[in-house]
Design a protein around this ligand. Structure first.
Ligand SMILES: NC(=O)c1ccc[n+]([C@@H]2O[C@H](COP(=O)([O-])OP(=O)(O)OC[C@H]3O[C@@H](n4cnc5c(N)ncnc54)[C@H](OP(=O)(O)O)[C@@H]3O)[C@@H](O)[C@H]2O)c1
Length: 320
């Protein structure tokens, strides 16, 4: 399945789904440990079955996620498994740091990834010791040196997107994307101006936690006791709890009904709604700790919900 769409106004064409890799760097923290073998298998399967990009960040295990990706990609290259070189989206972490660390740490990123270039370099979140103007100045320097191809942001408001894009224009660049939390249980980007601004300025949205960290798969609704086994941090980020399982059950019932109609899982229906209901604006980066999850999620790219069913999901999720 070869479906691609443009990242922002760049010359890069990406699959609607990319590979989320916070899980790879997180040995027993928020997520269950993912072995190096599973990392290789997830990348190998995803990159040969319709995905052409990977999202990572320096903060995911302080370079572990990037390192595991670098190792797996080297192996795939040696084995001549891939026909095209996958694109890499990485993130600089701004909290309690100054903007000069953008250029000071870039070689560590490239070394971990075993790559000469990063296709999309994102400011992970809006809080930093330096102004956005300074951060953009260092990002533009990396772009000028050809080390990064595109600049993105993450967790920024509509106003922040506008400002970042304006600052980048001063260097002859454009903002490629804003990576935000967006899914059927978290539709804030539709209400806080982020989606609207992205459409107006030609900026892509990259939806993180597209499955609300597993809640939209329906597996916790089938087995509410499983909520007791997830980490506190994940509980905090996702709101996965017995109470919220009951609150969100009408949506999961609808996902199950649509799943029967389309012969898909609730996760596939949820991801499909994300990547197609706003035209070509939204990319999504589901994370996986098991090969089977990645194998299943990728199938969300290859069908289309009817407009009537998109509207049904809009309505049911609106009322949750
Ligand atoms: N920019 C940011 O601030 C930010 C924040 C968060 C995430 N991210 C990025 O977005 C990616 C995805 O977000 P996320 O990891 O928070 O949430 P997610 O993709 O919504 O959820 C991932 C988790 O859901 C479960 N899952 C996935 N597919 C499944 C399937 N088919 N069946 C059953 N369970 C399934 C797995 O849980 P188990 O491991 O328990 O099986 C998996 O670890 C991350 O990897 C990261 O790259 C970015």
């Amino acid at each position: 399945m070869n479906i691609k769409r443009r990242l922002g106004q760049s010359d890069i064409m990406l699959s609607p789904l990319g590979i989320g890799t916070w899980q790879f760097g997180n040995k027993g923290g928020t997520w269950n440990t993912v072995t190096d073998k599973t990392v290789y298998e997830i990348l190998q399967y995803s990159l040969t079955n319709g995905m052409n990009w990977i999202d990572t960040a320096e903060i995911y295990g302080n370079g572990i996620s990037e390192t595991l990706i670098g190792q797996a990609l080297k192996q795939l290259e040696t084995e001549k498994v891939l026909t095209d070189i996958p694109y890499i989206a990485d993130k600089w972490f701004p909290l309690l740091r100054t903007a000069d660390t953008i250029t000071k740490t870039i070689n560590q990123r490239l070394n971990c990834l075993q790559k000469p270039v990063i296709d999309l370099y994102q400011i992970h979140q809006p809080t930093s010791l330096s102004t956005l103007k300074e951060q953009i100045r260092y990002m533009a320097e990396l772009a000028d040196r050809g080390i990064i191809k595109n600049v993105g942001i993450s967790n920024f408001t509509a106003k922040g997107m506008r400002k970042a894009d304006k600052l980048l224009r001063e260097y002859g660049l454009r903002l490629a994307s804003n990576q935000v939390k967006y899914n059927l249980l978290h539709r804030k980007p539709e209400k806080n101006g982020v989606i609207e601004t992205a459409k107006e300025l030609g900026i892509s949205i990259i939806a993180y936690s597209p499955l609300q960290q597993g809640m939209l798969t329906g597996r916790f609704h089938t087995d509410p006791a499983a909520t007791d086994n997830i980490s506190l941090l994940r509980r905090f980020h996702s709101g996965i709890s017995r109470k919220n399982i009951e609150r969100t059950r009408p949506l999961i019932d609808t996902l199950n009904k649509l799943g029967e109609k389309y012969q898909k899982t609730p996760a596939q229906i949820s991801l499909n709604w994300l990547i197609y209901s706003q035209g070509e604006l939204v990319f999504a980066i589901p994370g996986a700790t098991k090969l089977e999850q990645a194998q299943s999620n990728i199938k969300a790219q290859s069908f289309r919900l009817s407009q009537e069913d998109v509207e049904l999901l809009n309505k049911v999720s609106e009322n949750i």
